[in-house]
Design a protein around this ligand. Structure first.
Ligand code: ADP
Length: 168
């Protein structure tokens, strides 16, 4: 299939309701479930089913991505990626965050997913400054060759939504 640039969109709301082939989860290394978007995705997909699928995979290193089915989500797949914990910006945070977006698109291509929704990875509990993270998210997706045709950046707060709108 010929690769062309995907359409990029910003949305505001709950990513668990996104009508896309694949929803990205901002997971932790243990894929153990947690708070924030991870907890919301687990509840919406079905905690028991998703935990069992994650247990089979084991761990995921920061910057990498792994897929499970979407279970009760409208999305067919969940792509779990582990963002960097923000320290001071001098600990490869930007490289790891960019790698999350690239890895998710690579996994989407392997699955044959053509639409994907990303949360603002690392900007919650992991403390990544929202503006820096939004710029990395959009730049990285724009620069990554993929067969995905629609990328939706889902903000959960108005400030993040405004950042995406400015950058798109
Ligand atoms: P991290 O540990 O990677 O920082 P968090 O889940 O704490 O992950 O936060 C990442 C982003 O996801 C934050 O911007 C947070 O507001 C947002 N978020 C939380 N719940 C949802 C949800 N249901 N849908 C979309 N985004 C969400």
């Amino acid at each position: 299939m010929a690769r062309s640039n995907p359409r990029l969109e910003a949305a505001l709301g709950d990513i668990t309701a996104a009508r896309v082939d694949a929803v990205v989860n901002a997971a932790n290394r243990q894929l153990a479930g947690g708070g924030g978007v991870d907890g919301a995705i687990h509840r919406a997909a079905g905690v028991t089913e998703l935990q069992a699928a994650c247990r089979v995979i084991g761990e995921c290193a920061p910057g990498h991505a792994v897929a499970t089915e979407g279970f009760k989500l409208a999305a067919r797949w969940i792509i779990h990626t582990v963002g960097p914990m923000w320290r001071d910006g001098a600990h490869q945070e930007a490289e790891i965050l960019a790698s999350c977006y690239r890895s998710c698109l690579a996994v989407a291509d392997e699955l044959g997913a053509t639409s994907i929704a990303f949360p603002a990875i690392s900007t919650g509990i992991y403390g990544y400054p929202a503006q820096l993270a939004a710029a990395i998210a959009i730049t990285t997706v724009r620069e990554t060759p993929t067969d995905v045709t629609l990328v939706c950046f889902v903000a959960f707060d108005l400030d993040t939504f405004a950042l995406y709108q400015q950058l798109l």
